[in-house]
Structure formats: structure tokens, C-alpha cells
Design a protein around this ligand. Structure first.
Ligand code: KG4
Ligand code: ZN
Length: 330
């Protein structure tokens, strides 16, 4: 086996390593979750995250190389997340990649995590037709952008406060559903009906998003309407989120007239979101590109996949952490 990228992702609380070929076939992947490390804190505790990455990173790389029976001779390059993310967590992946690159004589590329999500739709035979409108809906980000090709991004809008994933997680906590909140809310919402009329913040205004008001409104309803079941509360919350996301996608498809609509990030695992976006894409006659559900959330396969773009463009960002890296910067 040769022509593989070794992808390394340590931007937040998952240590993930993968081997991916040019066609997007994932030869091996392992993701070590830090869920139990952070559970008691109700969020990611940065210092503990970097320590847990340090413990996990080398055994995870070893296990992935063994699983694919790969050696350094099989590697075209190493691709590692350089941002955005937690600085201590990023540093673990970056310094490991740099050491392996020097020791093995394999080039290493610092990769933008957001571009990794966007290229997750290429894994397992996906093919985005350009131009494309992309919507990234994750725990850290909510944004919409226009892409001429896999390299030329134009940001249309982002969130002024919380991300969609963050509001799913916070509402799940308010309702006493466990973490991660997204899948728990989805499951509850499927059993309920959207009986509450919740706000749709910024639905009709351009491409900016705002989710903190929606979250506060759910908190008030939980307090004032204890008779509403958690299933109906979840269904009402999901309906409000989807209404906003669909309205923005609809506007971008009408204005940008792309060939594809690309929906990525952890929240793109939501079956309700997938169905709603399939309808919008269908109305506009564009292809809907979604990542395989198992690779919607943070993983190293998407980072490895995005590395091929960097190689083909001849762009090799330094192995230096950029906690606030923007979508437009490689
Ligand atoms: O992309 P991701 O793994 O991490 C970031 O880059 O932020 O996204 C994590 C987010 C969490 O907020 C989680 O609740 C949400 O994705 N999520 C979901 C689902 N699975 C994960 N949200 C809705 N439905 C899901 N099935
Ligand atoms: Zn992510």
C-alpha cells in the first residue's frame, strides 16, 4: 500500500488519527474520545484536553499504522490540524507531526480544521461539483460560504454568538439529556411535536446567525411551561433551528446559483437536518453533498482528505498553532 496521508486531528477533545488515500478511501482510523475526562466540568477543560492528547497520540498513531499494515514508506504526507482550536491541544498534534516528519523524512502540512470538515464529503467516493455553497454547522462554528473551487472560499456569514451545535448541547443539558447533546435532542425530537412557537433569530436577515436568544427562550419555556414534555420541547427547538438554517441555505442557493449544496460539521449528522436540506437542494435542482454520518463530527480522515488539496496547490502552511484560524486562510 502506498500513496497514503496520515491525518492527525487534536483541535479540541478528540485524539483522532487516520490513513486516507487520494480517492477518499479510509484505510484505517481511530478516534479516542475524552468525554469522560470533561464530563464533570460540563464543557471541555483545555489543560486536561492537552494532557489526554499527549497520552493518546502515539499509541493511536501506532494502532492505525498497524491496522493498515503501513510503514512510513507508504506515506505521501502527514496532514495535521493547525487551527482553529485550543492552543494546547493543537500543539500536541503539531509537534508530534513535526517530529514524525523529521524522523521519517515525510513532508507535513498544517491543515485548516474548517476546510477538513468541508472536504469530509469527499470521503468514500463523494464528489463535490463546483461552484458550491457550503454550510458548516458544528459545536465550534456556524457559517455559510460560497466556493468557486475547493480552494477559493468567500465567507457569506457566521454566527454572532453561539453555534448551532453549542445550542443543541446547552438545550440538551437544560432538558436533562446527556452529552453529546445533538444526538440526544434528535432522538427526543423524533418522538415529539413542535407545539411551541419559538423565535427564529435573524431568519430573514442576510447570512448572519444568532442562536443565544433561541436558547434563552427555551430556558424560559422550560420554567414557565412545565406541562410541555421534553419531546415536544426538543421538537420545537429543532424546528426553530432548522427553519433558520434552511432559510439561509435557500437564500444562498437563490443568490449564488451553485451546482452543489455542501452541509458539514457535527450537526450535519442530524437526520432531521439531512431531510430538510435534501428538500431545499431538490427545490433548487442542486446536488446535496453530506459527509458519511460517522465522519460528520471531528475526525482525522477529513483532515487527511483536505491535505490532498494542499499538496495539489503546493501550499504548505507552517506547523504552528493558529487558534483563531479563519475559513479563508489555508
Ligand atoms: O464538528 P464537531 O464534532 O466539533 C466541532 O468542530 O465543533 O461538532 C460537534 C457538535 C456538538 O455540538 C454535537 O452536539 C453536534 O455536533 N452533533 C449533533 C449530532 N451529532 C453531533 N447535532 C445534531 N444531531 C446530531 N446527530
Ligand atoms: Zn470540528
Amino acid at each position: 500500500m502506498s500513496g497514503l496521508i496520515l491525518g492527525i486531528e487534536t483541535s479540541c477533545d478528540d485524539t483522532s488519527v487516520a490513513l486516507v488515500d487520494r480517492s477518499g478511501h479510509v484505510a484505517a482510523i481511530k478516534t479516542v474520545s475524552q468525554y469522560e475526562v470533561h464530563e464533570a466540568f460540563g464543557g471541555v477543560y483545555p489543560e486536561l484536553a492537552s494532557r489526554a492528547h499527549l497520552e493518546a497520540i502515539l499509541p493511536t498513531i501506532q494502532s492505525v499504522m498497524d491496522e493498515a499494515s503501513a510503514t512510513q514508506k507508504d506515506l505521501t504526507a502527514i496532514g495535521v490540524t493547525r487551527g482553529p482550536g485550543l492552543i494546547g491541544s493543537l500543539l500536541v498534534g503539531l509537534s508530534t507531526a513535526e517530529a514524525l516528519s523529521l524522523g521519517w523524512g515525510v513532508p507535513a502540512y498544517g491543515v485548516n480544521h474548517l476546510r477538513g470538515h468541508i472536504r469530509s464529503v469527499e470521503l468514500e467516493d463523494g464528489q463535490t461539483e463546483f461552484p458550491a455553497v457550503i454550510m458548516l454547522v458544528s459545536g465550534g462554528h456556524t457559517l455559510i460560504a460560497d466556493l468557486k473551487d475547493p480552494w477559493s472560499y468567500r465567507l457569506l456569514g457566521t454566527t454572532r454568538d453561539d453555534s448551532v451545535g453549542e445550542s443543541y448541547d446547552k438545550v440538551a443539558r437544560m432538558l436533562g439529556l446527556g452529552m453529546p447533546g445533538g444526538p440526544a435532542i434528535d432522538r427526543a425530537a423524533k418522538l415529539g411535536r413542535p407545539v411551541l412557537r419559538l423565535p427564529r433569530p435573524m431568519k430573514n436577515e442576510g447570512y448572519e446567525f444568532s442562536f443565544s436568544g433561541l436558547k434563552s427562550s427555551v430556558a424560559r419555556h422550560i420554567e414557565n411551561h412545565p406541562e410541555v414534555s421534553l419531546e415536544d420541547m426538543s421538537a420545537s427547538f429543532v424546528a426553530a433551528c432548522l427553519d433558520v438554517l434552511v432559510a439561509k441555505a435557500d437564500r444562498a442557493l437563490a443568490e449564488c446559483k451553485p451546482r452543489s449544496l455542501v452541509i458539514v460539521g457535527g450537526v450535519s449528522a442530524s437526520p432531521q437536518l439531512r431531510d430538510a436540506m435534501a428538500q431545499v437542494a431538490g427545490r433548487h435542482g442542486v446536488n446535496l453533498c453530506l459527509p458519511p454520518v460517522k465522519w460528520a463530527t471531528d475526525n482525522a480522515a477529513m483532515i487527511a482528505m483536505a491535505t490532498w488539496d494542499y499538496i495539489e496547490r503546493g501550499v504548505q502552511p507552517a506547523l504552528f498553532p493558529k487558534p483563531n484560524l479563519s475559513l479563508e486562510t489555508p
